[in-house]
Design a protein. Structure first.
Ligand SMILES: *[C@@H]1O[C@H](CO)[C@@H](O)[C@H](O)[C@H]1NC(C)=O
Ligand SMILES: *[C@@H]1O[C@H](CO)[C@@H](O)[C@H](O)[C@H]1NC(C)=O
Length: 246
């Protein structure tokens, strides 16, 4: 059955070996055709200003594969913090004409879009994924302090893909370990603390909930992981101050 096949392939994404922390989300009252918009609040409460962490939310398209949106720290530039926002599709046959986007996602089919700006640590950014009414899905970062809308990118998915499904999961990953894991790597994990906020949508009577985070992957029990429910979402932290992952 097609649906069964899709859930198995999603499970393999969620259980990708090197992610550290997962956190499921769900939205009530989603029509069978899926949502045409969903927004994921995300706050990087604390993380070193270095590349390596990816704080992401996955979303699934009805009758199709998944996409991600999320944030990654970057080294400061000219004394100012820099955040890297990601918006991607893993659906084979996705296309784009957006200057922030390119073909391919994590070495497989799809489209990846990214944009860097002087994002502020400790500030909540709302990552909006929205169908724009003429076949294009648009990823936008909303700055919840200034109200600014920052364009990440846009893509078109094949016509058999419907809207966004009612549940999926976010994750925290230290991505340099996807290509090389140093000896005793878990003890080298840099510290991070993030809040995955409850997702929301403009769809009538739909309410989003983020579930408590959990550990998975090959460092379970070794990275000082903690999770706690906070107003509007779920906070998690892991890793060790002063470490660089190497
Ligand atoms: C998903 O696939 C089923 C079975 O082919 C079909 O009936 C349904 O209309 C599709 N949904 C969307 C949103 O395309
Ligand atoms: C949707 O996005 C595409 C690509 O940016 C654009 O050409 C089109 O005009 C947009 N449609 C609407 C309704 O905004």
């Amino acid at each position: 059955m097609k649906t069964a096949f899709i859930s198995i392939s999603l499970a393999s994404f969620i259980l990708s070996a090197n992610a550290l922390v997962g956190s499921s989300w769900s939205v009530t009252n989603v029509p069978s055709t899926g949502l045409t918009d969903i927004t994921f609040p995300l706050t990087i409460v604390e993380a070193d200003h270095i590349s390596g962490y990816y704080f992401a939310q996955q979303f699934g398209f009805v009758n199709s594969s998944i996409g991600y949106t999320g944030l990654q720290p970057r080294p400061d530039a000219d004394g100012k913090p820099v955040l890297h926002a990601v918006f991607s599709s893993f659906i084979d046959g996705s296309t784009t004409t957006d200057k922030n986007c390119a073909a391919g996602a994590d070495g497989g089919p799809g489209v990846s879009c990214s944009f860097e700006w002087n994002g502020v640590y400790g500030r909540r950014y709302d990552l909006e994924v929205k169908f724009n009414g003429s076949s294009v899905w648009v990823g936008t970062v909303i700055d919840t302090v200034t109200g600014a809308r920052i364009h990440i990118g846009s893509y078109t998915v094949p016509t058999n893909a419907g809207g966004i499904q009612s549940s999926q999961a976010g994750f925290v990953e230290w991505y340099p370990w996807n290509s090389y894991e140093p000896p005793n790597h878990c003890a080298l994990l840099p510290y991070q603390k993030t809040i995955f906020g409850n997702p929301y949508t403009t769809h009538l009577l739909s309410v989003g909930t983020q579930s408590p985070s959990y550990e998975y992957g090959d460092c379970v029990g070794q990275v000082a992981f903690q999770t706690v429910e906070v107003l509007g979402g779920v906070e998690n932290n892991c890793g060790f101050k002063g470490m660089t992952g190497m």
